[in-house]
Design a binder for this molecule. Structure first.
Ligand code: ADP
Ligand code: MG
Length: 837
């Protein structure tokens, strides 16, 4: 599918400056031409034939243009065409500091200053969201070329983006590709931006660690798009890539005054850029047949991008100062040359026909025929290659079982009905029964002739191994307590019980039993003793087992124990203890002797008492105060309630008495005064007055009770909050004081450069919350840029967060240069949240 012939488009972008040389650089009225004027050099005398005025015509001059407008002008069309299958390349060319990186990547701190790459990623994913009938996948790679060396900025093997010797530019019929360059599938904009930011970070890290200069490397960010759409019975597959290239600084060697290593680097850059220039000249010449793409890594990688089958755009970044006019001229010349190249972009499309299945079926039947022919040539005409029957599978199974039991020495698949060539084999000269050696050779030969058999044999082995693993584990579980080595809580609980030591080595049962009383040995002694047993347990992989009896031997006396002794699951125990603690009433202090063991943390209950006395005293005081208020209110409330009941009872009694009075009156006849008002006696009057008072008292008490209820509810809430706070602060204090590894504890000492942050140990990524808060704040500040900025900031936050965490890790590592300090176990374990000051 050929499109019309096109030219490479070239733009010039002028970096804003306060010292813009107005008399040197002039823009045409249509914003497409740029003129350069240089005053004649007086020193060179009157006869000076050097040209001093130049005029360049390009596709657009971007002067005081926002990032958004730059993107619209330079990239938008190219990206939308990439979504329909055209490859696209955008390159930024120019001297160092002219704004190439600003144009390509942009300033990552602010959304509106983001460059072409993040905008292109956004455009691609917006288009994907709008497409209904196609299935589109996007992948990303980020390559750096430094001194003719290829570096994968997204390499998963090296975090610093160091060069990989395995990488090479390879030509293939589909185009050039970089062998060994990692290409990462991304599912959304945020994913892709994560990779961009990660690549940028790696670039900076590599720049520091390898002592190189980013302005001297070329960077190629590639977006690979593949879209599949069903067209009738076929699947149309369109694939394209967008290369976004930030070229190395184009400044002239003489100007940089480079020496030594820098000279070599500059020479490399100039070489690769001048090769690029040569290729551009060659491409622009219709008569040129050979284009020397392979001269440099850069031109080789760009072979597809420049070769004419792709949309190509160049942005020449220039500085507006008079001082840089030479470089500006050279960049403008380069841009003009680029414009000479004609391109013929084509859509990369393939069709996956459903007819493929038929073709394959045909091929299979042909191959079967071929196989049959080969078999007949070696007298194996009865071999079949179809799926195994149940009988055949059962036979293999039985053979393997016999083999494992030792009943047979060899698995003899020959006897299977599947291979019924036994007779013919025996009749051949190869398998003369007299020659045992030959016979076995034939057997092996026969065995590997049918792969279904071999696969089935291995499958049977696997089944047996799985089954046995299960049995062994069940047996061990019924007898021992199992601890997952990665389960921090269970290990801590086991340490507390003295079942494992600080290094997670198991304490040997024999060692314990030989001790007359369960007194803790000196730490050194203990370590020595337990070392041997640990060796044996190391071999058991990630899990270690220990006997219930071991556990019992280590438990303190029964009255002090809060856990069952038999088949105790330590993890469960840890959980139980947590629940108990929730009431802020940890069980009675347990054996001091155990808690004081220097190699294991003290019991939580003991530590909790200590915490309440020391660090947690203020919270504890508030907790107690609230609790006593709550208790007082409850007491008052029950008094009031009781009083209400008494009043009620009294009221009932009076009501009854009044009723009796009334009845008496009606029996005796009622007295009325001259106005017809009922006359009652004093007793009844007093009763009525008493009832009235009681009603008032009842009303008041009832109101007081309601108030008290509300107050109690509020106080209860306060007490709960205080209790939770007390517990959580205790947990933090406990973790920081006892559970974190020694090397971190050292770092936490006043002289260390890490200070304990009151953040729970189990929040490994403790930075999370701070970063999250920051992100939310940022969102509030920035979101005026619209919801589109969400992925950008989120990806940025993630990269920053990861980087901060890595920094914290490396400062830890630096503090403990001793290699033994950071063990594999130490790394896996939940690292305690640290704040690096
Ligand atoms: P290069 O990659 O070409 O060496 P940079 O992109 O790093 O140059 O730009 C150098 C500095 O100039 C950066 O601080 C960048 O933010 C700033 N800059 C470049 N172009 C612009 C522009 N168009 N608007 C604002 N600042 C710019
Ligand atoms: Mg740059």
């Amino acid at each position: 599918m050929h499109a019309a012939e096109k030219k490479v488009r070239a733009f010039v972008r002028v970096k804003p400056t306060a010292h813009f040389a107005q008399d040197v650089i002039k823009f045409g009225p249509d914003n497409k031409s740029i003129d350069i004027y240089i005053k004649k050099d007086a020193k060179k005398g009157i006869v000076n034939n050097k040209q001093t005025d130049w005029s360049f015509r390009l596709d657009g001059v971007l002067h005081n243009t926002s990032q958004e407008l730059t993107y619209e002008t330079v990239a938008k069309k190219l990206v939308s065409e990439a979504l329909t299958g055209y490859n696209g390349t955008i390159m930024c060319y120019g001297q160092t500091g002219a704004g190439k990186t600003y144009t390509m990547t942009g300033a990552t701190a602010e959304y509106k200053h983001r460059g072409i790459i993040p905008r292109a990623v956004q455009q691609v994913f917006k288009a994907i969201a709008c497409s209904v009938d196609s299935f589109i996948t996007v992948r990303i790679s980020y390559l750096e070329i430094y001194n003719e060396t290829l570096c994968d900025l997204l390499s998963t093997t090296t975090s610093s983006g160091a060069s990989d010797v395995q990488m090479a530019v390879v030509d293939c019929p589909q185009g050039v590709y970089v062998k060994g360059l990692s290409i990462h599938p991304v599912s959304d904009e945020e994913d892709a931006l994560n990779l961009l930011f990660e690549g940028e970070t790696n670039r900076v890290i590599a720049e520091h660690s390898l002592n190189k200069n980013s302005s001297r490397s070329h960077c190629i960010f590639t977006i690979y798009i593949e879209s599949r759409v069903r067209v009738l019975s076929d699947i149309r597959c369109i694939h394209s890539k967008i290369n976004l290239i930030d070229l190395a600084g184009s400044e002239k060697l003489s100007k940089t005054g480079s020496e030594g290593r820098v000279l070599k680097e500059a020479a490399y850059i100039n070489k690769s850029l001048s090769f690029l220039e040569q290729i551009i000249i060659a491409l622009a010449d219709p008569k040129r047949e050979h284009i020397p793409f392979r001269q440099s890594k850069l031109t080789h990688v760009l072979k597809d991008a420049l070769g004419g089958k792709c949309n190509t755009v160049l942005v020449a970044n220039i500085c507006g100062e008079a001082l840089h006019v030479e470089e500006t001229l050279s960049s403008l010349r380069f841009a003009t040359r680029m414009k000479w190249i004609t391109t013929e972009p084509v859509v990369n499309v393939t069709y996956d026909s459903e007819g493929t299945v038929k073709t394959l079926e045909k091929e299979i039947s042909l191959l079967k025929q071929e196989l049959a022919m080969h078999d007949s040539l070696v007298n194996r005409s009865l071999v079949t290659y179809g799926p195994l029957t149940d009988v055949q599978v059962a036979e293999i199974k039985s053979q393997i079982h016999k083999y494992l039991q030792g009943t047979i020495d060899e698995i003899d698949l020959e006897i299977l009905p599947l291979i019924s060539c036994e007779h013919c084999l025996l009749s051949t000269s190869l398998c003369s029964p007299s020659s045992r050696q030959e016979w076995s050779r034939i057997k092996v030969h026969v065995k590997i002739m049918n792969f279904r058999q071999v696969q089935e044999a291995f499958r049977q082995f696997k089944l047996i191994v799985r089954q046995q693993e299960g049995e062994v584990e069940t047996r061990l579980r019924s007898k021992y307590v199992l601890i997952d080595k990665n389960d921090f809580a269970a290990i801590a609980a086991a340490q507390k019980l003295g079942i494992v030591d600080v290094d997670h080595h198991l304490l040997k049962r024999r060692d314990v039993e030989t001790r007359p009383t369960p007194v803790s040995p000196k730490p050194d002694e203990k370590k020595k003793k337990f070392r041997t047993s640990s060796e044996q347990f190391k071999k058991e992989g990630t899990k270690s087992f220990f006997s219930g009896r071991d556990l019992a031997a280590h438990l303190p006396s029964k009255s002090q124990v809060i856990i069952p002794t038999k088949n105790l699951n330590v993890k469960e125990k840890a959980r139980n203890e947590d629940t108990a603690k929730k009431d802020a009433q940890p069980s009675k202090p347990v054996s001091e002797e155990i808690s004081q063991r220097p190699s294991s943390p003290p019991l939580r209950a003991v530590a909790f008492e200590q915490f309440k006395e020391e660090c947690g005293s203020e919270i504890n005081r508030i907790f107690k105060e609230n609790k006593s208020i709550l208790l007082a209110r409850r007491k008052r409330s029950s008094t009031v309630a009781r009083r209400i009941n008494i009043i009620k009872q009294e009221m009932e009694d009076i009501k009854k008495a009044l009723e009796a009075q009334r009845q008496e009156r009606s029996q005796q006849g009622e007295y009325v005064d001259e106005k017809g008002r009922l006359i009652i006696d004093e007793k009844e009057f007093l009763l009525i007055m008493k009832l009235k008072d009681l009603k008032e008292e009842y009303r008041c008490s009832y109101a007081e009770l309601q108030d008290l209820k509300a107050e109690i509810q509020y106080c209860q809430h306060l007490v709960d909050r205080c209790r939770n706070k007390l517990i959580s602060e205790f947990e933090i204090w406990y973790s920081e004081s006892f559970l974190i590894p020694k090397y971190v504890q050292n770092a936490l000492k006043p002289s260390g450069n890490i200070r304990p942050g009151m953040i729970p140990i189990n929040r490994v990524m403790c930075l999370e919350e701070d970063e999250q808060e920051r992100f939310e704040r940022m969102q509030e500040e920035m979101l005026p840029s619209g919801p589109d900025s969400f992925s950008f900031y989120k990806a940025k936050m993630k990269t920053d967060q990861k980087h901060t965490y890595n920094r914290a890790m490396s400062s830890l590592k630096l503090m403990h240069k001793k290699p033994g300090h950071i063990t594999a176990a130490g790394k896996d374990r939940a690292l305690p949240f640290l704040h690096v000051t």
